[in-house]
Design a protein around this ligand. Structure first.
Ligand SMILES: [Zn+2]
Length: 489
């Protein structure tokens, strides 16, 4: 589906009562390019291309949106044709380049009375019920008189080009007219010549992405959640569109390229999983990739930050028993990796800083590969690795290993290799091993274990490893992202 938005900056005033206007149309990823190579100089000797460049740079500097500036020229009308009547708006599909120039018509159609410029925005619908902008071109009305200057409008000099460019670039980004607050995006031109807080708030709202909804952290393992009335909707998340389905939003940070499997299972919900990158671009959507109404996404993802949306459909499907749009679910995150995976969120008990880094994983094949999942009868190792802060290497210290069960009970590994409840050891920090610290410490958390022998047939356990120095017995350097062990039949 195609949709035109045509937005003109008028020299006439209109007043209503709402704030910045956006409808959810936006550039996927919050960025686009702009060809700024408009030829010529203003009457005051300044290059139009420099003014356009400055205007685009102001949006880039002050908002989450990024313009990549290209010095060459692109005809804004390439790929458009005038409508048959010569009035209304041109049609066509553009040329995939965002161009700008002075033109005597809007690509063959008349500029309206007092119209200083028109931005032609080309959009297509996306999978989340909103619109992606795919091209935007600016036609500045060459019948008008422009110059380049700051400050109050000076009709003796003509219209300041830069503030018109700022306004039109707002339309390029997907913003509508501001009707009330002082802003560049007001429909009529005035003495404002720089972006105002309302303009910046509008662009930020449009491009803040998945953080428009409350965001929880997703670590490997499994968690239970629930979709219920009052939760965030996809419509709120994308800032527009028609998708009112409920969604929980989870953020996952990957330290390295990792093959991941996300599963959303529910006995009541029609589960939908959405995977986005850190700029809220959809990577994949799955509805029924799992069994029944369950969903599943399997991908190899580069290192980076991702959003996983536990989502559903907009209305009850009638499928029984799992065609509902609210209810509890279980979200599982698994990985497969050739090496231990890096663990994020290094921290310490007393707030001391260190450059220590941590890695961990579960292996069923002696370290040939790692994942977080085992069956109850598989023999496995849980391994960790600590890169000790260079300032701590060669010093007497200690290693600590802890396990956290799904009921949040914490166990620590004793020097003889048993896990005992936290607090049952004498020292304030429970010591697993005392030693002179090497540059890299490899930690066997569990060796050749079989879950069913511990009576565990369906469980998720989180392990943490850390170290400290004998000179600071109450301080412990560790990581918040756990090493996960998922035991499922
Ligand atoms: Zn406008």
């Amino acid at each position: 589906m195609l949709k035109w938005i045509l937005a003109a900056l008028l020299a006439v005033l209109s007043v209503t009562t709402y704030s910045f206007s956006i409808n959810g149309s936006k550039w996927p990823g919050g960025a686009t390019h702009l060809h700024v190579g408009i030829a010529g100089l203003s009457a005051s000797g300044k290059a139009w291309s420099d003014a356009l460049r400055r205007a685009a740079q102001e949006w880039t500097d002050k908002t989450p949106f990024d313009f990549t500036l290209i010095n060459s020229y692109k005809d804004p009308c390439l790929g458009y044709r005038a409508s048959a009547t010569g009035s209304g708006f041109p049609s066509g599909t553009g040329d995939d380049f965002n161009g700008a120039d002075f033109t005597s018509t809007v690509c063959g159609n008349e500029f309206g009375t007092n119209v200083l410029a028109v931005t032609l925005v080309y959009t297509e619908s996306n999978q989340l019920g909103a619109f992606d902008i795919t091209e935007a071109d600016i036609a500045f009305n060459s019948n008008g008189r422009f110059d380049i200057y700051d400050g109050a409008l000076d009709t003796s000099r003509g219209t300041d080009f830069t503030r018109v460019a700022l306004h039109e670039l707002g339309h390029v980004m997907g913003m509508g007219h501001e009707q009330n607050a002082a802003s560049v995006m007001r429909a009529s031109i005035g003495n404002i010549f720089t972006l105002q807080s309302d303009d910046i708030a509008g662009a930020t709202t449009l491009y803040q992405g998945f953080t428009r909804c409350p965001v929880s952290r997703l670590d490997f393992g499994r968690i239970t959640g629930s979709l219920a009335a009052g939760d965030c909707t996809v419509q709120q998340l994308v800032g527009g569109g028609t998708d009112t389905s409920l969604t929980d939003v989870y953020q996952l940070d990957l330290a390295q390229s990792t093959r991941v499997t996300f599963s959303m299972n529910s006995s009541t919900l029609d589960s939908v999983l959405v995977l986005m990158n850190d700029r809220s671009q959809v990577i994949e959507i799955d509805d029924d990739g799992g069994t029944a109404c369950n969903s599943q996404i399997v991908r190899t993802l580069p290192a980076g930050t991702y959003a996983v949306l536990a989502n559903t459909v907009t209305s009850t499907t009638g499928e029984t028993p799992c065609g509902k749009v609210n209810g509890p679910y279980q979200l599982t995150a698994r990985y497969e990796s050739a090496d231990l995976i890096g663990l994020s969120r290094s921290t310490s008990l007393q707030g001391g800083s260190s450059t220590a880094s941590f890695a961990g994983g579960v292996t069923t094949n002696g370290g040939a590969s790692y994942s977080n999942r085992v069956t109850p009868t598989q023999r496995f190792d849980v391994r960790g690795r600590i890169s000790i802060d260079p300032a701590h290497r060669g010093l007497p210290g200690f290693l600590v290993t802890a396990a956290i069960l799904e009921n949040n009970q914490v166990y620590v590994r004793t020097p003889v290799g048993e896990f005992v409840p936290l607090g049952s050891q004498a020292s304030p920090v429970p010591i697993t091993t005392s030693k002179i610290l090497n540059a890299t410490e490899s930690v066997t958390i569990l060796g050749q274990a079989v879950a069913s022998q511990f009576g565990m047939n369906d469980a998720s356990v989180r392990f943490l490893i850390g170290y400290g120095l004998n000179s600071k017995p109450n301080e412990l350097y560790f990581h918040e992202e756990p090493i996960n062990l998922l035991i499922t039949p």
